[in-house]
Design a protein around this ligand. Structure first.
Ligand code: CP
Length: 305
């Protein structure tokens, strides 16, 4: 057993009861009943948010969550105004930030970065805030927390649409859906489903997928990770796999539409779908703050598995 503090790098070894406990704490946060755990310190402890890839939701959400937990968030963004332009490495950057004295790190990193090494070298709790294509555990947690406010998760059929191969969100969703007793399927162009296990159900036609599913999770077509994403290709994708007005009657009042964001309007889904009453897209974002507040509180209180 390691003496290192608890971290959240993936969801593989997190047991279902721990998830249930986290959701229960998140519900307390939602009701405003979760104490600001770290607000009594004479100096407000700092949580460092280190972003080596762009972010809106995750960066903002952790900032709000940290304040709600009584911590002070300080954000580092790699890029033009940092010494990464002088060639300073990911590890050196994180070790220098660690030397400033934060109590934990939230890190968004690329596939080429090593969060496991970071955990060992810093001795700090590390929260994966999106790691290349490997995973985005807090996104999966907040998605299922938001969904759990609308329907029981066990037995839910969820179909992931589109660019599975480039999606860190899908990686974490597959891990979490299995441990929560949910059934997963995929639908999308074969060339974007190359990494999907043969055991996972596949749908060739979007209408069949919607018919089968309780929840359709459209994934962002990751333009920046494709060699070629011209507008003709995107339009072809939208015609076959994009959710639009024609599909909305199929959702009735029982099926839900999700998307982790950011959305390419008119590609993965149209704006009418985005704003439809069965769309949970903005509720996912809203529930992320409560989930992340609960996670930070549990992790730093030693109450995380
Ligand atoms: N869903 C998500 O991770 O969004 P950001 O990249 O904006 O953080």
């Amino acid at each position: 057993m390691s003496n290192l503090p608890r971290s959240l790098l993936d969801l593989k070894s997190v047991p279902a009861p721990a998830i249930e406990k986290l959701f229960s704490l998140s519900r307390k946060a939602k009701k405003g009943e979760l104490a600001r755990a770290f607000a009594d310190s004479s100096v407000s402890p700092i949580i460092s948010l280190i972003f080596f890839e762009p972010s809106t939701r995750t960066q903002q959400s952790f900032t709000y969550a940290a304040h709600r937990a009584g911590l002070t968030p300080v954000t580092f963004e790699a890029g033009k105004t940092s010494s990464t332009v002088k060639g300073e490495s990911f590890l050196d950057t994180c070790l220098n930030v660690t030397a400033l004295g934060p109590v934990a790190l939230v890190v968004r990193a690329g596939d080429e970065h090593d969060l496991e090494e970071l955990r060992v070298r810093t001795g700090l709790p590390i929260i994966n805030g999106g790691w290349g294509r490997r995973g985005h555990p807090t996104q999966a947690l907040l998605d299922f927390f938001a969904l759990s406010e609308h329907r029981p998760l066990k037995g839910t059929r969820i179909c992931y649409l589109g660019d599975i191969d480039h999606s860190r969100v899908a990686s974490s969703h597959f891990e979490l859906a299995a441990s929560l007793g949910m059934e997963s399927a995929v639908c999308g162009p074969e060339e974007l489903l190359q990494t999907v296990s043969p055991q996972v159900r596949r749908f060739g036609r979007l209408e069949e997928a919607i018919e089968w599913a309780d929840v359709v999770m459209a994934l962002r077509y990751q333009v920046e990770r494709h060699e070629s994403s011209d507008s003709e290709r995107l339009q072809g994708y939208a015609r076959q796999y994009g959710l639009n007005d024609r599909h909305l009657p199929m959702f009735g009042s029982e099926k839900y539409i999700m998307h982790p964001g950011p959305v390419n309007h008119g590609v993965e889904l149209t704006s009418t779908v985005y704003f439809h009453r069965q769309s949970l897209i903005l509720r996912q974002v809203q529930h992320g703050v409560w989930l992340r507040q609960a996670l930070i509180t549990a992790l730093l209180s030693g109450d995380w598995p």
